[in-house]
Design a protein around this ligand. Structure first.
Ligand SMILES: Cc1ncc(COP(=O)(O)O)c(C=O)c1O
Length: 434
């Protein structure tokens, strides 16, 4: 069949051909190719991609090592249903991933996407504990399939018209320092969140009914919210006291993004189960539900499965991605560039009263915008205008948060000091235009 449509024809027709749930996103930027931190549009523009395809292309778009590994694997074997057929890249990955994961995280169920990794984590937790309840946190985003949508509370829009959800889910307050009603002191923020957990225990579900706490160590879609470090330690302690499993959704925070390989390492808290995806294969669809052997080995044959999970090309790409992360010292670069970026944005905060807060960890960096001189009234309009102004100048960022009032930046971890300086200049010029 001949292709009769040009790229620009197809772009014109996107509103007719793509579901609005996809096509009414921002900015629908037509891109022909990408390399490193740059996207190239058909009309010849070079855009700095400070979204990394939503925290995916951590080693940079089309890294030659990753592309070569995928091409090489493609020539040998494109698909195998794991279990029916075993292939080498998958088996190698089971040996390599434990070297970068927290200690004892050494058994894997591979899927294709973040949502599958979290679905697997929820199913595993219920299966092992024989308990029904999952406690998630307000502002969470865990995915779009039914199980993960049921534990997602970032926006009611993501839940509208989909009831009924998977039952036995309760939401506690995420430790959100900037919007803690009791003040921003880390101890107070922790106490506030723990009080909401106690309320769940008292009114809705006793600890003995709870299979797991499911938490993003730093909330992603919720607005790049960094909790006080002691809060996650408190969750760990409560889980240990009551035989509750602690699940970390590290889909967005993983693979170097926060200046450690995984955010749980930055916080020195080890979960029982992890969901990992996005940066795992630099753009090839791959994810994993991870746990220690003692726990995961209880998941009996046939109780969970997949056709495409652990695809050979994606696994080969993942192995190359892990090599590049290590050889190019990208986790260290992330830490340094993240600090530079955060410091630069923080200095802008003093000049612009509509920047409520600048926060982040590593290269997961955000600004929460508010109406100036208000009681922190969210300002999604300013975010939209700022994103447009940045894009006009060649910098792509993205929004987050309940009202879309947070602007977030997550460049590839290969970003250089010069590029961070350039991005800060663009942001500064764009802010002065608002
Ligand atoms: C923390 C978190 N969990 C899960 C998901 C879902 O991942 P996917 O879109 O690959 O299903 C996302 C996606 O943004 C995420 O940020």
């Amino acid at each position: 069949m001949q292709r009769q449509n040009t790229f620009s024809d197809l772009v014109q027709r996107v509103q007719e051909t793509l579901a609005p749930s996809l096509a009414e996103d921002w900015p629908l930027l037509p891109v022909e190719r990408a390399e490193g931190i740059f996207l190239y549009t058909p009309d010849g523009r070079e855009i700095m991609d400070f979204t990394s395809g939503i925290a995916v292309t951590n080693v940079g778009h089309n890294h030659p090592r990753v592309v070569a590994a995928a091409q090489e694997q493609m020539e040998k074997l494109c698909h195998s249903a794991v279990g029916v057929v075993l292939h080498e890249p998958l088996m190698q990955l089971t040996q390599t991933l434990p070297k970068v994961l927290p200690e004892n995280m050494d058994m894997f169920f591979f899927g294709n996407s973040g949502t599958e990794a979290v679905e697997g984590a929820i199913k595993l937790a219920r299966y092992i504990t024989r308990r029904p309840v999952i406690v998630a946190f307000e502002g969470s985003f865990h995915g779009r399939t039914y199980g993960t949508a049921s534990v997602t509370s970032v926006k009611s829009k993501y839940r509208l018209h989909y009831e009924p959800f998977v039952p036995s889910v309760y939401f506690a307050d995420f430790a959100y320092p900037y919007r803690c009603p009791l003040g921003e002191d880390p101890d107070t923020v922790t106490d506030w969140s723990l009080a909401s957990l106690q309320k769940i225990f008292d009114r809705f579900a006793q600890p003995s009914e709870i299979a797991a706490f499911l938490v993003e160590p730093i909330q992603g879609e919720g607005g790049y919210i960094v909790p006080p470090p002691d809060w996650l330690k408190s969750l760990r302690r409560i889980c240990d006291e009551h035989g509750i499993l602690l699940i970390f959704d590290e889909v967005q925070t993983g693979f170097g993004r926060t200046g450690s390989m995984f955010a749980c390492q930055s916080f020195s808290v080890t979960p029982d189960i992890m969901a990992i995806a996005k940066g795992i294969a630099n753009g090839f669809p791959l994810s994993a539900t991870v746990a220690n052997r003692e726990l995961m080995s209880q998941w009996q044959a046939g109780s969970h499965g997949t056709t495409y999970g652990g695809n050979p090309i994606a696994c080969a790409a993942s192995l190359a991605t892990l090599e590049v992360l290590e050889e190019e010292n990208l986790v260290e670069n992330c830490k340094r560039m993240g600090k530079l970026f955060l410091d630069g944005l923080s200095s802008l905060r003093d000049q612009y009263p509509f920047i409520g807060e600048v926060r982040g960890m590593g290269l997961m960096v955000a600004m929460e915008l508010i109406v100036p001189e208000s009681e922190k009234i969210p300002n999604p309009r300013a975010v939209a205008d700022l994103l447009e102004a940045c894009l006009e100048r060649g910098l792509l960022g993205y929004m987050a948060g309940l009202h879309g009032h947070v602007i977030r930046f997550m460049p590839p971890l290969i970003v250089t000091e010069g590029q961070i300086t350039q991005a800060l200049e663009i942001i500064s010029n764009s802010l002065s235009e608002l």
